[in-house]
Design a protein around this ligand. Structure first.
Ligand SMILES: [Zn+2]
Length: 426
């Protein structure tokens, strides 16, 4: 007798097993069939083998047939009749004959997934410990190397049925929804994964914060980029919480111009998943005359992490307007330009943010700076520097906490009157 048939007979002699649980012991041996198919084939082959031996006059084959009888279901009734044996199938040792019932829990998932309009999914299954323990006992008893776990089978069989009923794929990398099936309680939970959309924004007005003020009351009237986004997108995604992740942040009085600042919108627990990016872009751009948005596509949780890491490494170009208390000369302008181009600026955390940031010294390089003297006390220009440079303090000197500064280089007191981010380099 060959190896597979012999081990399946041995298994059935020791444990009553349903078709699926028997087939699962040989799961890696034949692709393209379900474990139920494998188990059914093995039982039929085993019974045919025994019948041939019985008909050949081998008496021991009758007791062998008796010993595997508890694993054989009603489809073998005629065989037992033929050989004149009593036949009572037993419950499967591993699943108690319930595996079919467990797989059919998929119908609950189908309804929930339909409700949320999921476009893809992943299945997780919680199997009772006793079931897993019994399965392990069976596998160990005959060192079944070709077995897979009941958990893997349930996940696959449930997933296959969901896919077939809804026409949506299982997606292991970036699933739209997570289906959790608890076998013991029969409960099925579906949680919807957030949607991420990436793009860039421009802030063409001043006094607009990037995110909502944390102490702002619901419906407050201060303007923020996040509010523009959430007010226009909550209509599309129906009542979901919408959060803005951006790569760094400009001050409330600083405009964000040029190529814009990269951001990712996170839509938590969306009621709907399908949305047209063109429509989203139109809605965003209609939300306020002070915000302009370009949408680049969908993103993932991992992209949010990259976005946040990216900021400190990126160069930025700023447009700065600096005003001096005393008149400035061309040589003042020249001194600032020459000394700052290529210089590394040491900045202690500015006094204005000391409340919420640690007091440390940061080194930031200035790559380029071009200034123009307008009138007698105003410098207007562009500078390119490491991300995270505090430009206002680079102008004022922040009471000696930023060195060098416009003020320290000319021995006059200068303040930053206007600041815009004009480019974020990637
Ligand atoms: Zn079973």
């Amino acid at each position: 007798m060959d190896v597979v048939l012999e081990s399946s007979m041995n298994l059935m002699k020791k444990f009553p097993l349903c078709d699926s649980c028997l087939g699962r012991m040989f799961s890696t041996l034949l692709r393209g069939f379900s474990n139920e198919d494998r188990g059914r084939a093995l039982k039929r082959a085993a019974v045919m083998e025994l019948l041939a031996r019985i008909k050949g006059g081998e008496i021991e084959a009758v007791s062998e047939l008796k010993s595997i009888a508890p694993s054989l279901g009603g489809d073998f009734d005629r065989t037992f009749e033929e050989v004149g044996l009593e036949h009572k199938p037993s419950q499967c040792y591993i699943c108690g004959g319930k595996i079919g019932e467990w797989i059919s829990l998929y119908t609950q998932a189908v309804n929930r997934l339909k409700e949320v309009g999921a476009e893809s999914f992943i299945v997780g299954v919680k199997v009772p410990k006793e079931v897993e323990d019994r399965e392990e006992e069976v596998i160990k008893a005959f060192s079944m190397l070709s077995a897979e776990s009941i958990k893997a089978e349930l996940k696959r069989e449930i997933g296959k049925r969901i896919s077939a009923s809804l026409g949506i794929p299982a997606d292991f990398k970036n699933p739209g929804a997570v289906v959790l099936v608890d076998i013991e309680s029969g409960e099925v939970r579906v949680s919807v994964n957030p949607i991420f959309i990436k793009g860039r924004y421009l802030k063409v007005g001043r006094n607009i914060s990037q995110i909502r003020w944390f102490d702002e009351p619901e419906g407050g009237d201060s303007l923020s980029v996040e509010k523009m986004i959430s007010s226009s997108l909550s209509k599309v995604y129906e009542g979901s919480e919408i959060v803005l992740h951006a790569s760094g942040r400009e001050d409330v009085d600083v405009r964000m111009l040029g190529s814009g600042r990269p951001f990712i919108i996170e839509i938590k627990n969306p009621r709907r998943r399908r949305a047209n990016l063109k429509l989203i872009s139109d809605l965003l751009n209609r939300s306020s005359p002070y915000g302009k948005f370009s949408i680049e596509g969908t993103a993932s949780r991992g992209d949010v992490r990259v976005l946040k890491l990216m900021d400190s490494s990126k160069l930025k170009a700023y447009r700065v307007v600096a005003v001096s208390e005393e008149p400035l000369s061309e040589s003042d302008r020249n001194a600032i330009e020459e000394k700052l181009k290529g210089a590394v600026v040491k900045q202690r955390t500015p006094l204005r943010v000391l409340r919420r940031r640690a007091d440390i010294v940061r080194s930031k390089r200035i790559y380029d700076i071009k200034l123009k003297l307008v009138g007698t006390r105003t410098l207007v220009g562009i500078l390119v520097a490491d991300g995270g440079l505090y430009v206002k303090e680079l102008v004022s000197g922040d009471e000696g906490r930023t060195v060098p500064s416009f003020s320290s280089l000319v021995g006059k007191k200068l303040l930053c009157a206007e600041l815009d981010v004009v480019k974020v380099f990637i």
